[in-house]
Design a protein around this ligand. Structure first.
Ligand SMILES: [Zn+2]
Length: 709
């Protein structure tokens, strides 16, 4: 329930790291004396409840929940004040203050979690109380074990893992490069050997971290069992208002819907990379080597847009020149606010403009990563960012503003409900609004001067040429967007897919790296630049693993934003292709969005989603609809190419295998499945079970068990 949403999380990790250590060193405050003097109702006086003090003395869940809400509100707000002071003015004093406040927050949280666990579900007077109680007791990504020594060790390991990540470097003699420098190589170089060296440099830096992570898993699992869960994956999934099996099955269903789309993009990009680097570097029947996609984890591929651009000669829609020419940082923020108020959102409070940080100050060190803050849950919201006037920054502010308005609209709820309906919602709101920034919208607000149009044409030939140009521009634009949003999907899924299995023990430590690369190949279609054995710990080279930050939210946000966009466009009465819809100035769309934000997490997200979209299920249909022009283009381009993932066998065996696959499915429909031995290299897949074909060398998928994730 951390209140500021830092969208690039490296700094947050470092902060928490040093604080976790301090927290372990601090004994918890003793309140027995005050407790003895308490003469209030149900163990607490009204004053204590109003001030969120001594909540552990409550003897009924009703009083406890009321007290805990206030205690959390106060401690989180105090901690956010200190964090803000630190991140906008880094010095020894603010660092000490932030460490102290974070320590207090951690102590308060553990105290409340422990106190919450003295109650049981049947103590709740109603469903709402039960819901609040559950949120208090599961408000953690790593429940500490009851045993004090183990508790301390867990805090120590977490700090070490994150501290190591933050300071990791790849050194060649005296020359050392950090993540920023190594990433730069992957983003800008077009020399495969140079990129491979950068990739290996970063990943090899984490070989030493595996034993620590293994110990972390064991202790965090113990802590999870101590509060009544099977393992840590169950704690993480407890926030999704369904059983962990149901959520995993739903997520898998979404991926099955989206996979054909990803496969088309992957196939096209692989072919383009092969044209650029040669088929010896990028073979057409194998996964794409991970170091060639412009990103350390191959998670988003925007940096190779120039390699894969569909129509290099089509005009470019770029609002940046106009933004540079006409806008100061604050104008960009106003511009974004205008979008939100145009759909009926309330204007931002005056304090937002006086307290936010939009420009990098000249006189002090600050953290420039864009983030959105709620400092007191009473309207003191802020953005912190060093704004450069360009379209990318305008889009980032659109994203942050989604968080800001979520804060403002759910501020009236009890503190534990001041959150996204599920964690994918919070990340998806701003992006939903960004989908409305169509070329037509940019023209309407004067950020681009003109768009090609067939309206001025007098001849059919001219009109046809114009339509052709517009189509090409759309394809280019959708490709740019897909390299970020579609390319990310399997990665967004696999980080937690790997961890859920690590936590539940189905991936044992001696298979950490093997299983990691199986998932990366099978979901992402990406391979390591060279074989990686168990001496490496490649999952540890992604911040969220040592930082212990759940990752599913990013996958969900990518999908949900299109589902929201579709619902809002329907409300706005949009007619035409979904990618051309902008909800700008639609009060009806705004009303719908506000209704959703105002609910926070006070009810199951399925209900909130249903009120918004008409369906309680997350669906990928809108995302697929949005990308229709690109999908058609990719299908045309990929004609004659083998795009489905199946990397174990030569390309020419593909047809024969497909036949076997279909036969196997038919056979399974007719009679009970013959038990076959799962093949290790094929076992990791969602609703499908993978079997070795008795006569062949590859994997065949048979849809057998819907619930087997
Ligand atoms: Zn965000």
């Amino acid at each position: 329930m951390k209140k500021n949403w830092i969208c690039i999380l490296t700094i947050c990790g470092l902060l928490t790291a040093c604080n976790a250590k301090k927290a372990a060193d601090n004994p918890e405050p003793q309140n027995t004396e005050i407790a003895a003097k308490s003469e209030g109702i149900d163990g607490l006086t009204d004053e204590q409840v109003a001030e969120g003090r001594d909540c552990e003395n409550a003897t009924t869940m009703t009083r406890f929940v009321a007290c805990a809400n206030e205690a959390l509100r106060r401690t989180v707000s105090a901690s956010e004040q200190m964090n803000w002071a630190y991140m906008t003015n880094i010095n020894a004093e603010t660092e000490a203050a932030v460490t102290k406040s974070e320590t207090e927050l951690m102590a308060e949280r553990s105290k409340l979690m422990e106190a919450a666990n003295k109650f049981k579900a049947s103590d709740a007077q109603n469903d709402d109380e039960l819901r609040q109680w559950n949120k208090i007791r599961t408000d953690t990504t790593q429940p500490p074990p009851k045993d004090p020594a183990k508790r301390e060790r867990l805090a120590e390991i977490s700090a070490k893992l994150m501290g190591y990540y933050g300071s990791a470097k790849s050194c060649d003699g005296a020359v050392c490069r950090d993540l920023g420098a190594l990433s730069k190589v992957l983003e800008t170089s077009r020399n495969p050997e140079e990129m491979k060296a950068a990739w290996l440099g970063w990943h090899n830096a984490f070989d030493s971290q595996k034993p620590l992570y293994q110990e972390f898993v064991s202790l965090a699992n113990e802590g999870s069992r101590d509060i009544g869960f099977k393992d840590l994956s169950e704690v993480w999934l407890a926030g999704y208002d369904a059983s962990s099996e149901e959520i995993r099955a739903q997520v898998n269903e979404l991926w099955e819907e989206l996979k054909p789309l990803y496969e088309q993009l992957h196939c096209y990009v692989r072919a383009k990379l092969a044209q650029t680097y040669g088929e010896d570097v990028v073979p057409l029947n194998k996964p794409i080597p991970a170091h060639l996609l412009g990103n350390m984890w191959a998670q988003e591929w925007n940096n190779i847009y120039s390699i894969v651009i569909p129509h290099p000669n089509a005009p470019n829609i770029d609002a940046t020149p106009k933004i540079k020419e006409t806008m100061q940082p604050i104008d960009i923020v106003h511009n974004v606010e205008n979008f939100y108020t145009s759909i009926g959102f309330k204007p931002l409070p005056e304090s937002f403009y006086t307290h936010s940080m939009f420009v990098k100050p000249a006189d002090r060190e600050v953290v420039c990563h864009a983030s959105a803050w709620d400092l007191d849950t009473k309207g003191d919201v802020r953005i912190k960012m060093c704004i450069e006037p360009n379209l990318e920054n305008l889009t980032t502010i659109q994203h942050e503003m989604g968080h800001i308005y979520y804060y403002l609209y759910y501020n009236d709820l009890p503190f534990v409900y001041q959150n996204g309906a599920n964690d994918g919602f919070h990340e998806g709101i701003g992006d939903t609004v960004t989908l409305s920034m169509t070329p037509k919208y940019l023209k309407e607000i004067g950020l681009i001067e003109s768009l090609p149009s067939d309206e001025s044409c007098k001849t059919k030939k001219c009109a046809a040429a114009m339509v052709d140009t517009m189509t090409k521009m759309t394809i280019n634009q959708q490709m740019q967007s897909a390299l970020e949003k579609i390319a990310f999907l399997p990665f967004g899924l696999l980080i937690d897919e790997w961890r859920w299995r690590v936590f539940d023990g189905s991936i044992p430590p001696e298979k950490y790296n093997e299983a990691w690369w199986q998932l990366r190949e099978e979901l992402q279609g990406v391979s390591a630049p060279e074989p990686r054995d168990e001496n490496h710990f490649d999952a540890g080279a992604k911040y969220h693993v040592p930082g212990n930050t759940p990752y599913l939210r990013y996958f969900l946000a990518r999908v949900l934003q299109f589902q929201f966009h579709k619902a809002l466009c329907d409300a706005a009465g949009h007619v035409g292709p979904l990618h051309e819809c902008s909800i700008y100035q639609s009060k009806k769309a705004g009303e719908k969005l506000i209704a959703m934000l105002s609910k926070g997490s006070s009810q199951p997200w399925q209900k909130t989603l249903e009120e918004m979209t008409g369906s309680p299920k997350m669906s990928a249909a809108a995302m697929i609809e949005y990308y229709q022009p690109l999908i058609q283009y990719l299908k045309e381009q990929n004609q004659g190419r083998t795009c489905e993932f199946s990397f174990e066998k030569p390309i020419e065996n593909k047809k024969a295998e497909k036949k076997v696959s279909q036969n196997a499915k038919v056979a399974s429909d007719l009679k009970p499945p013959i038990p076959m031995k799962p093949m290790l290299s094929c076992y990791n897949r969602c609703t499908k079970e993978y079997y070795q074909v008795p006569s062949g060398s590859g994997c065949v998928n048979i849809v057998l068990c819907e619930n087997d994730f």
